[in-house]
Design a protein around this ligand. Structure first.
Ligand code: 5GP
Ligand code: MN
Length: 345
């Protein structure tokens, strides 16, 4: 039986469904989760969405947001454990290894219900009975659309569900800029438009709803915190814990900053290092052949996509930066591109 037929059979009767997504959910993580939740609720299932951490305010408009349970080990551990234990179906969206959902990872691993992975990251961990991973997909939200469509229920995708999925696809493709923006992506967007989504409203809510302080923080970062290393076609940003405090930085305020470093002409590799006190969180971005995910996997316990990856360092920020800078010479040839052929003698 095909996986989609198995899922259809599993969902043929009302189920207790648990949906979760990665730490610090972004628009694809939350959009795919709430889009799927909206659909499953329409089908009569009992659905709870649990996030392993909080997420930015600019995502709070999504339908179903008010029912999201934000896991907090000190506040609701027992309740979340119970939800996981009682779930008949557990959907894992937009992450590929259980370590990405913190404490929830081991709870989900031990759960008796059927685990369904819908994800687009490289090298998925083998923990789910049904696996709809596809690293070629632009977003988990694209895959959620396809799963609903392949279950024969596209007509249940209304404007609310559609805007959740649109938000995920829009942000993970960098507003339809990245090479992942396939014909399939545009065809799905056309279907979502037919369902009545308001695309400019979604753009505005996500990109044009920052505080004045966040914009001033951006100005400070670009002026004082950006280092450009022409000899490696690399640019990076490093932000200390004190600077985050100084600008009252909230969840989501640092999202997208790394893309400014990559927007400089000739830069093929960009990184941002953020001192989150317990650890330094790192985002890597690249253009072309240079693999951000491989670099992150190899040196910073991370992973992700070819051109967009994340990682972590448990050393202090200065030592983390030193290590990064010491690695660059090993990649200089790749970063500067293939050497030009020598002229004929
Ligand atoms: P971001 O830099 O925007 O946080 O993440 C870029 C991509 O890498 C996302 O697809 C994200 O899910 C993934 N990613 C971010 N941090 C980590 C990490 O620590 N480990 C792994 N495996 N992937 C990550
Ligand atoms: Mn994603």
């Amino acid at each position: 039986m095909s996986q989609i037929a198995e899922l259809k059979e599993l969902l043929a009767q009302p189920r207790q469904v648990f949906i979760t997504t990665h730490h610090k959910p972004d628009a694809d993580a939350l959009g795919s989760s709430l889009g799927l939740a909206g659909y499953l609720r329409k089908k009569g299932h009992q659905v709870t969405v649990v996030t392993p951490s909080d997420y930015p305010d600019f995502l709070a408009w999504m339908p179903g947001n008010d029912e999201v349970v934000v896991y907090d080990p000190r506040r609701n551990d027992a309740r979340v454990r119970q939800l996981i234990a009682e779930a008949e179906v557990l959907f894992c969206l937009d992450f590929s290894c259980l370590s990405r959902i913190n404490e929830l990872g081991e709870y989900v691993r031990a759960a008796q219900g059927t685990k369904v992975l819908i994800d687009h990251h490289q090298e998925p961990e083998d923990f789910a009975q049904l696996d709809f991973s596809n690293p070629k997909a632009a977003a988990a939200s694209e895959l959620v659309f396809e799963v609903i469509r392949d279950l024969g229920d596209q007509d249940l995708i209304d404007a609310g569900i559609g805007e959740c999925l649109y938000a995920g696809i829009m942000t993970d493709t960098g507003s339809f800029r990245h090479p992942s923006t396939s014909r399939n992506v545009h065809l799905i967007i056309a279907e979502l438009l037919s369902a009545g989504i308001n695309t400019s409203e979604v753009h505005r809510r996500i990109y044009d709803s920052h505080s004045e302080e966040r914009l001033r923080f951006l100005g400070f970062v670009l002026k004082d915190k950006l280092t450009v290393l022409r000899e490696y076609n690399t640019a990076y940003i490093a932000i200390t814990a004190a600077e985050l405090r100084q600008y009252h930085s909230k969840t989501g305020d640092t999202e997208g900053l790394v893309n400014f470093a990559l927007s400089i002409e000739g830069i093929v590799f960009a990184a941002i290092f953020i001192d989150r006190t317990q650890a330094v969180k790192i985002s890597f971005r690249s253009v072309g052949d240079f693999s951000a995910s491989e670099f992150s996997r190899r040196h910073f316990s991370g992973g992700g996509h070819h051109n967009a990856a994340g990682g972590i360092s448990h050393e202090p920020l200065p030592a983390t930066l030193d290590r990064f800078l010491e690695l660059l010479p090993d990649y200089q040839v790749q970063l500067l591109g293939a050497p030009l052929a020598s002229p004929a003698p």
